[in-house]
Design a protein around this ligand. Structure first.
Ligand code: HEM
Length: 296
């Protein structure tokens, strides 16, 4: 029960923060520059909002379960509950009354992302680690990068790509190419992947310490399995970044309608998302195991 709640909670927190970051850093900068038909904006909102609500429900429920049944961390779990429920709840409540993209909304969204990231970081062994401040900072950076990357991929797949179906072939590519390029290249993935890998390696060193710890403990083996799941995800990401995105950008520049490229991109992103779900499941398992570095 606690294991499933951890998985649902981590997935929910990464997704909620990822949707907020994708909307602010990828979707709105691109769509505000182009003449965006209302139908596309409406479809994007109609698809991204249920993602946000679902992620809020999952992370709130999981944090509540942890608060009720996890022994020993009641105070931390109470703080995590507040960090998840309040800021994102306020974003959802204000958006229901009137959609606002101004500075107040940006501040509220930033507070939500910070709350979700900190709450997810406080799920792990970092809670009992020393020195707490650098270890917690590394965990928060790890989760922030994972949310921008993993949560962003889900938003691309479930909200951004389908919302452009309201447009005809050539116009669809013209809208999607800059969205995919911005997500894949500059704003998110290039930074997020480096940040996730560097902070993950730091946390792995804190929790494992020796090569023997990596191969002789269940914790080490599950961590290796997590790295094993990461390899195909990185390979798929590289294919998308190197070939699919460039193909779409070229098609957009020449005004052609590259329907096959969009279909292939959607399939590859769906595989990336499925593998990320497994990777987050392995991470949730990792959190319930005893790290070998602690017994040294
Ligand atoms: C080189 C790659 C990576 C390494 C070495 C790594 C390693 C780690 C380690 C050691 C932890 C701490 C677990 C604990 O508390 O015992 C962790 C936590 C976590 N990882 Fe990773 N990870 C990597 C990639 C990823 C990726 C790609 C994602 C998802 C997109 C991810 C998501 C998470 C999450 C959500 C947590 C839980 C938060 C926390 O307690 O820090 N990791 N990772």
């Amino acid at each position: 029960m606690l294991h499933f709640a951890r998985w649902a909670g981590l997935a929910g927190m990464l997704l909620a923060a990822g949707v907020l970051l994708f909307r602010r850093l990828v979707w709105r900068p691109v769509t505000s520059r182009s003449e965006m038909p209302d139908a596309v904006e409406k479809r994007f909102a109609a698809r991204s909002r249920p993602l946000l609500v679902g992620a809020w429900v999952a992370s709130t429920g999981a944090t509540l379960v942890a608060l009720l049944i996890e022994p020993g961390y009641a105070q931390v779990d109470a703080v995590r509950f507040g960090l998840v429920v309040l800021p994102l709840g306020a974003v959802l409540a204000t958006e229901t009354r009137s959609p606002d993209h101004g500075p107040t909304a940006a501040l509220l969204e930033a507070a939500s992302v910070a709350g979700l990231v900190l709450s997810a970081a406080l799920t792990g062994h970092v809670r009992g680690s020393s020195p707490l401040v650098p270890n917690l900072a590394a965990a928060a950076i790890h989760v922030g990068g994972a949310a921008a990357w993993g949560g962003g991929l889900v938003t691309l797949l479930v909200a951004a790509l389908p919302s452009a179906r309201a447009l005809s072939g050539g116009r669809r590519v013209a809208l999607l190419a800059p969205v995919v390029a911005r997500f894949s290249n500059i704003a998110v993935v290039a930074v997020a992947v480096a940040v996730v890998v560097a902070s993950g390696v730091y946390s792995a060193w804190v929790e494992v310490r020796t090569l023997g710890g990596l191969t002789d403990s269940t914790y080490g083996l599950v961590l290796l399995a997590k790295l094993g799941a990461l390899v195909p995800i990185l390979a798929l990401g590289a294919v998308n970044n190197r070939w699919m995105t460039r193909r779409m950008v070229r098609a957009a520049a020449s005004g052609s309608s590259e329907a096959t490229a969009i279909v292939m991109l959607r399939r590859l992103v769906a595989w990336e998302v499925a593998l990320l779900g497994i990777l987050v499941g392995l991470t949730a398992f990792l959190l319930s195991l005893s790290p070998p570095g602690r017994s040294l």
